[in-house]
Each structure stands twice: as structure tokens, then as C-alpha cells.
Ligand binder design. Structure first.
Ligand SMILES: [Zn+2]
Length: 413
């Protein structure tokens, strides 16, 4: 029976978005959170971009060290041989990747403007898939950018060509958020039935339908007998109006009428979702909307007489799922007295105080001094107060942290 998998693209689509930034340390912490949740793939960045190189290599080392247990870290490249070559040169241990190229008439005519026609698009995709495989890629997805505005016959031809050349999946990108649940269902159904290749659905929220479209597209793929990989972002960030929100997609698969219990989802545990989304919000500097599914302040709040009375009698009267499922409900401790914090100008005494409160021990003064130095750099790197997840990470993986903070324009090393 085919299954639903999740590919979180926060560290790629999310961070390429206007006005949205994450430091390399914050991207790393997000990868570890996604791994804990059980998401099987994080699209963790751009291997042809110099300032990503140390971060990408360091995160692959974290996988080797067992700091991330199950997650596949995948790169995003253009489906051109130059990007594939650069990716393996910069990140030699890269095993998983998506190769992207535009497939719609709009983009071919008005973006490529005569440089590439339909045949060239196919040829570039085929060449880059072959090259990636020959250089050691284990998982190759091929992205049809603007798939929702692509002629159906060409989309099927593109997917078939990708399958013939050995790609593992095709990503159906609703790049502009143009689809409705009805249109994406029918289009995915046609590709899946005709080509029988695993599909990814990548939906944007320009018309407010990203989660609904992802579920409708997934249903079509599963009903046609292929696996589906839903692309998501934390807190629904992503280009323009955002991508499908990770937690919303999981809640929809687990609880929506006609979906829940009918389709298999990879093993995800939502009990860290609350902490993860709060961390992402802090790192991004973007507040969580009060009405965000599962995570917003009002997701389990009741005030009007009839609702409050009903929820108190049985939460099922007005709630589909329990707040504890998302790791909510623990009181949060806020220090209101004297506080010692640690940052870019800290000394050893304050540093010791902060780590003692986290119950993190160091074997000797030299080790403490080394971690203090890295904590200073982490604060320079993040430019906002460091939080527990980050402090623990630096103490546990100092050498990896050092690599993540190291950036040299032009070279990456
Ligand atoms: Zn996108």
C-alpha cells in the first residue's frame, strides 16, 4: 500500500523567501527538530551556493554522528549539469537531491526567452539526472516548476522521460498556488496513472489552498498506487503567501474526513511540534498567528458560553484533536528576577552559571573555555539571544558548530 511521506522545505523554499532569513545554526537546529518529529526528508539548502557549503557538509556529518537518526538531507539544484558538478564538488557526501526546471509554456517562452525550448528542457533534465546518478546520487527527484500551468501532455512526457532516465520521483510544483483541490487531484491522477512514478506535491498558498491542494494531490497519487511526498514548511512560510504548513498537513492526514484512517502516513510524532514551531517562530522573527492550526494561541481556546460549556463537558464537542498530541499543556517558566545570560561578550563565570542551569557539565576548564568561545561566535552569528536548544547543541557538537560558523566569501571553506 503506498504511503505519504513528508519533505520539509523550510531550509530551502522558506529561506529563499523575501524578508525571511535563518542563520546556519538555526537551519541546523530546524533539521534536528524535523528529524525528531519523524519527517523523512529535509531539503536543507543549495549546494551550489558558497555560503551554504560548510553548513551543508557539517549537517551531513551530524547524520554520520547519529545526531540525526532517520532524516535524509537533500539539496536543491537546477537541472543543469553545472549545478550537479558544483554540488558534488562542494558537498561530496551529498546523496539526495532534487533537480528543478520549468516546464510551462509561460516560463519556457517568457523566462527562458528562446534559450530553451520543450526539447531542451527534457534534454537538460535527462543529462543532469544521468550525471547525478553517475556521481553517486541515491535519491533523485525531478521538479517540474510551474507544473500546474504546464500542458498535460508535456507534463506526462516530462514525467515519463524522468522515469526512463532513472529518476526516483517527480515533483509537481504548483509554483504560483494556481491549483484548486479539484484541478490538482485530476492532474496528479493523470500523471500517476500514466507514468506510475512516485510523486511529490509542492503547493503554494496564494489562493489560501496550499494544505487542501496538498491533501487532494496526495489522495490522487495514492489512489493511483504510487507513493507521495508532500512538501511543507514550518509555520507555513515560503515564497510570497507561503507553502503548505507542516503541522496542518499532518493534522489533516490524521484527522480529516475521508482521509484519516484511510491512507498511511510515515511515522511522525507530533509531541515536539509545539516546541519546534515556537523555535522556528523565534528564529525567523515571525510571530505565530493566533489562529494557526494546532499551534496558534487560540487553537484550543474557548470563550463564548455555548463553546466553553461544550468543551468543558467533552473536548470532542469543539475540538478535533487534543492539545497534548502537539506537546502543549506544560506550563512555561519565566524568570522574573536576576538573570545571567550568555552572548558575544560573555566571560567564563556567567557562561558557567548558564550551563549549570542546563545541567551541562564540562570535563575541564579548557573544554569550557572552548565552548564559551563558540557560544560568543554563535551569538555574533545569530544576532539574537541564544536559546536552550542552541546552547545544548554547541556544547554537544563543538567541532560541528565551529564549522557552521565558519564562512569565507568566495571560497566557502
Ligand atoms: Zn516553492
Amino acid at each position: 500500500m503506498p504511503k505519504i511521506y513528508l519533505v520539509d522545505v523550510t531550509n530551502r523554499d522558506g529561506v529563499q523567501t523575501s524578508r525571511i532569513c535563518l542563520s546556519k545554526l538555526q537551519k541546523t537546529i530546524i533539521n534536528t527538530y524535523l528529524d525528531k518529529l519523524g519527517v523523512s526528508q529535509s531539503e536543507f539548502g543549495f549546494p551550489f551556493t558558497n555560503h551554504e557549503i560548510n553548513y551543508l557538509n557539517a549537517n551531513l556529518e551530524l547524520v554520520e554522528l547519529g545526531a540525526m537518526k532517520n532524516i535524509k538531507l537533500s539539496g536543491w539544484l537546477r537541472a543543469i549539469t553545472q549545478d550537479v558538478e558544483a554540488a558534488f564538488r562542494n558537498v561530496p557526501k551529498l546523496k539526495h537531491m532534487n533537480l528543478s526546471i520549468s516546464t510551462s509554456e509561460q516560463m519556457i517562452k517568457n523566462k527562458f526567452q528562446g534559450k530553451l525550448d520543450y526539447k531542451d528542457v527534457l534534454r537538460s533534465m535527462e543529462k543532469s539526472v544521468r550525471l547525478a546518478r553517475s556521481m553517486g546520487a541515491e535519491t533523485i527527484g525531478v521538479n517540474a516548476e510551474d507544473a500546474s500551468r504546464t500542458d498535460m501532455n508535456f507534463l506526462v512526457e516530462f514525467a515519463r522521460a524522468a522515469k526512463d532516465v532513472g529518476a526516483d520521483r517527480v515533483r509537481y510544483c504548483d509554483t504560483l498556488g494556481y491549483d484548486s483541490p479539484f484541478s490538482i487531484h485530476d492532474r496528479i491522477k493523470e500523471v500517476a496513472e500514466k507514468v506510475k512514478i512516485d510523486l511529490e506535491v509542492h503547493c503554494h498558498n496564494d489562493l489560501g489552498m496550499a494544505t487542501g491542494n496538498s491533501i487532494a494531490g496526495a489522495k490522487a497519487a495514492l489512489d493511483a498506487g504510487v507513493n507521495v511526498y508532500i512538501n511543507t514548511c514550518l509555520n507555513g512560510i515560503g515564497e510570497r503567501a507561503g507553502n503548505a504548513d507542516l503541522v496542518s498537513v499532518i493534522l489533516a492526514v490524521k484527522h480529516a474526513q475521508g482521509i484519516a484512517g484511510k491512507y498511511r502516513l510515515e511515522k511522525v510524532k507530533l509531541n515536539t511540534a509545539w516546541r519546534m514551531c515556537k523555535y522556528a517562530s523565534y528564529a525567523l522573527g515571525i510571530p505565530i498567528p493566533i489562529n494557526q492550526p494546532g499551534i496558534g494561541a487560540n487553537a484550543f481556546a474557548h470563550e463564548s458560553g455555548i463553546h466553553a460549556d461544550g468543551a468543558l463537558k467533552d473536548r470532542r464537542n469543539y475540538e478535533l484533536y487534543d492539545f497534548r498530541d502537539l506537546g502543549r499543556g506544560e506550563p512555561e517558566k519565566i524568570d522574573t528576577g536576576r538573570q545571567i545570560t550568555v552572548g558575544e561578550y560573555s566571560g567564563i563565570k556567567g557562561f558557567r552559571n548558564v550551563y549549570d542551569r542546563l545541567s551541562v557539565q564540562f570535563k575541564d576548564e579548557a573544554e569550557a573555555g572552548e565552548v564559551l568561545e563558540l557560544v560568543r561566535y554563535a551569538n555574533v552569528h545569530n544576532q539574537k539571544p541564544l536559546v536552550e536548544e542552541e546552547l545544548r547543541f554547541i556544547a554537544q557538537y563543538p567541532e560541528i558548530a565551529r564549522k557552521i560558523f565558519t564562512m569565507q566569501p568566495g571560497g566557502g571553506e
